[in-house]
Design a protein around this ligand. Structure first.
Ligand code: PLP
Length: 397
């Protein structure tokens, strides 16, 4: 018996294979320094845990509406709207089991087979996978490294728009490179979306993981709210990656379709978790404030450790919990041609585990530099320092 041919188009998150290699290495008795996964080893705030346990006790253990519990949809509409200066109501919000499902559901809602969708590369690998699996053409746009981080390759992006382009996926603040658009860059992107009448997925997964200044969302810009679906997640901001809670927020017509997709897929997101989540959004901010402070200290340790290595010079991202150093000079020093070789050798010689550019979409033609990605959300400062010292010795040899 044959499986479906369309499966050849289905990608995955290869970072999980890096996790498996790190777990194997740890099982052999090594102390691994885990920088590979954007998971968080900080406890979920106590008030959220308590509210959720209470919800189970109160009997919220049955099905609930496919679009989610009205109180939570309202709370998210208020939260997202007030932070972005926009007005949303219950009907604009569809509760999801995590932010990730919003990607496939957005594509199913706006794209027909044969349409083209622009997506960031390097970027979260599920974009490429879902566009192609659902019969579209995934058209990558890249980034240019600057002294202060990364900016969109706007010329290449513009040049890749065709009459078949239906949608734009935009991740600000960016995984894996920590890029943060300037207002001018975001405005230029919005102008293109309006000019070519594109739907936009604003992957705002790291909107609240910002260390200074006011965050910005493309949904705010004039003419954008009606064409934008926001990917919202509780995973990163509240250290709730395993709880699986997020939402799609956007125009009612699109959200009604997404609710219908929920009914076809998971029926609903776990009921009692939704009840607990109202407390997360409306309760004390001391939990998320603490999470952000811990992450900031880790970022500073990670950046200091990396910049102490001869051949690495990385800017400090003001958001996300990723650092994406250029390791072209290290590769040359070591005579390596495949950045994944550097990753494997580093694990075996230093027990430091990280991902590479290759885990974030198919590399683009003509790419000249090699990059690796460090996630500092799952490792404490003392271990960051220890791991970086080992890496320095290995990278400089
Ligand atoms: N979008 C981006 C850019 C991410 O990095 C992630 C997770 O790492 C997600 C979406 C989805 O996260 P979740 O499904 O845990 O909300």
């Amino acid at each position: 018996m044959q499986l479906a041919k369309q499966l050849s188009k289905l990608g995955t998150e290869t970072a999980f294979a890096v996790s498996a290699a790190a777990a194997d290495w740890a099982a052999k008795g090594n102390k691994v320094y885990p920088f590979h996964l954007g998971d968080i080893n900080i406890a979920t705030p106590e008030n959220i845990v308590e509210a959720t346990i209470k919800a189970i006790g109160d009997g919220y253990t049955g099905y609930c509406p496919g679009g989610g519990v009205a109180e939570l949809r309202d709370a998210i509409a208020r939260d997202v709207g007030s932070k972005r200066g926009l007005s949303y109501s219950t009907e604009n919000v569809s509760i999801q089991p995590g932010g990730k499902p919003v990607i496939g559901k957005f594509i199913a809602t706006v794209m027909d087979a044969g349409d083209e969708v622009l997506y960031p590369n390097p970027g979260y690998p599920i974009y490429e996978s879902q566009i192609e699996y659902q019969g579209g053409t995934a058209v990558a746009y890249g980034y240019i490294e600057t002294d202060t981080g990364f900016e969109l390759d706007m010329d290449a992006l513009k040049a890749s728009i065709t009459p078949k382009t239906k949608a734009l996926i935009y991740n600000n603040y960016q995984n894996p490179n920590g890029a943060q658009s300037s207002r001018a860059e975001m405005e230029a992107l919005a102008e293109l979306a309006i000019k070519h009448d594109l739907w936009v997925l604003a992957d705002d997964a790291y909107y609240e993981v910002q260390y200074s200044g006011e965050p910005m969302s493309i949904a705010n810009l004039p003419g954008m709210q009606e064409r934008t679906i926001i990917l919202y997640t509780c995973s990163k901001r509240f250290a709730m990656t395993g709880w699986r809670l997020g939402a799609a927020i956007g125009p009612v017509a699109a959200i009604e379709i997404i609710n219908k997709l929920n009914t076809n897929a998971e029926s609903c997101t776990p009921h009692f978790i939704q009840r607990g989540m109202v407390e997360a959004i409306e309760g004390s901010t001391s939990g998320p404030d603490h999470i952000l402070n811990v992450l900031r200290d880790r970022r500073d340790a990670c950046i200091a450790g990396l910049n102490a290595i001869d051949g690495i010079n990385v800017a400090t991202p003001d958001s996300t919990f990723y650092v994406f150093p250029n390791v072209t000079a290290i590769m040359q020093r070591k005579g390596l041609t495949d950045v994944n070789q550097l990753m494997t050798e580093a694990l075996h010689q230093t027990s430091v585990s990280f991902c590479t550019r290759k885990h974030f979409g198919r590399p683009l033609a003509g790419e000249k530099n090699d990059y690796i990605r460090f996630a500092y959300s799952g490792i404490e400062v003392a271990d960051i320092n220890e791991g970086m010292a080992k890496l320095k010795t290995y990278f400089e040899s």
